[in-house]
Write a protein that binds this ligand. Structure first.
Ligand code: ATP
Ligand code: ZN
Length: 292
């Protein structure tokens, strides 16, 4: 009958055929390469858990999930977790959900603090050897944590191992957020431009307003995770223009973008080493061309 919706029995949909259409339409050269990629997601809060879900739905080859916390009722104003997950570790609950959504993805999960010295060797080991195939590094690391110390740990590990990573953040007012693509030695690392309070040697606690509970909106966090995964897909599959620094201002309704160059006086030794290796050898060409 004309105009009737196609029934599921008659046309069983293969979810991948819809993703593969990106290839047929000439957007992405080879979408199936997504199966060769592995992504480490550090922090499974309002941004990280949603990012992991998007990557699982896209059929990424492998996901390595890190978070030291458990699911709480206070997390319900974010996407992904549900009240029945309360009491479980975020990594455990996330793996369970993601496995039902896409069992073809390979999952690794670790419930620990990535800033602890006792976990450092293992954390670096999973970055360096946790990729797909014998002893290969992960394709990309996504930092979805909510504090300075954890960002510095991801920054140091990725800079030492020279792995590409993306940083993300949502402001305490929930009215803005950003994503930043970090290529060690080529773009600024997280230590190249420290927040003013930290640069002055004051306590990180001062970064948070005293007695003020951080706001949180599933919308802003959802937008930031989408920007993050969109950029991850562009980088891995090689389509479109990569964002180096992309911010989202909910109040003003705009998306400022730019690129932050490395600081030759950065106090992270491995950043200076990478800067030296890449000196004069790298230009963000696509970005320059599009924004000139
Ligand atoms: P709240 O706003 O109440 O602090 P949250 O901690 O869930 O909530 P999000 O921004 O939603 O904040 O998520 C950040 C995630 O990063 C959290 O799940 C947190 O457990 C995780 N995280 C932060 N620091 C570390 C760390 N050092 N090691 C592992 N996971 C971390
Ligand atoms: Zn640096």
């Amino acid at each position: 009958e004309e105009g009737a919706a196609p029934s599921a029995e008659v046309r069983p949909e293969n979810p991948y055929s819809r993703l593969m259409a990106l290839q047929t339409m000439g957007v992405v050269p080879e979408f199936e390469r997504i199966r060769d990629f592995s992504v480490m997601v550090v922090g499974l809060g309002g941004v990280g858990a949603v990012a992991a879900e998007m990557l699982a739905r896209c059929g990424v080859g492998k996901l390595l999930l890190f978070d030291y916390d458990g699911v709480e009722l206070a997390n319900m104003n974010r996407m992904f977790f549900r009240p029945e997950h309360v009491g479980k570790s975020k990594v455990e609950a996330a793996k369970e959900v993601l496995e039902t959504i896409n069992p073809d993805v390979e999952y690794e999960h670790y419930a620990y603090d990535v800033t602890l010295m006792t976990n450092w060797e293992h954390f670096l080991d999973r970055m360096q050897y946790g990729g797909i195939g014998e002893a290969s590094p992960v394709t990309l690391v996504l930092s979805c944590v909510d504090n300075y110390a954890a960002r510095m740990a991801v920054n140091q590990a990725c800079t030492e191992l020279n792995l590409p990573w993306m940083e993300s953040g949502v402001s305490e007012s929930a009215m803005s957020g950003h994503i930043q693509f970090m290529l060690p030695g080529r773009t600024a690392c997280f230590a190249c431009v420290p927040p003013l309070v930290v640069a002055e040697g004051r306590d990180e606690g001062e970064l948070k307003r005293e007695g003020v509970c951080a706001a949180s909106l599933p919308t802003t966090m959802g937008i930031v995770s989408s920007l993050l995964v969109q950029n991850a897909l562009k980088f891995m599959l090689g389509f479109g223009q990569i964002s180096y620094l992309l911010s989202y201002d909910a109040m003003g309704n705009f998306f400022p973008s730019g690129i932050v160059r490395p600081n030759p006086e950065c106090n992270l030794p491995s950043c200076l080493e990478r800067q030296h290796e890449y000196y004069g050898q790298w230009q963000p060409e696509e970005w320059v061309a599009a924004h000139a």
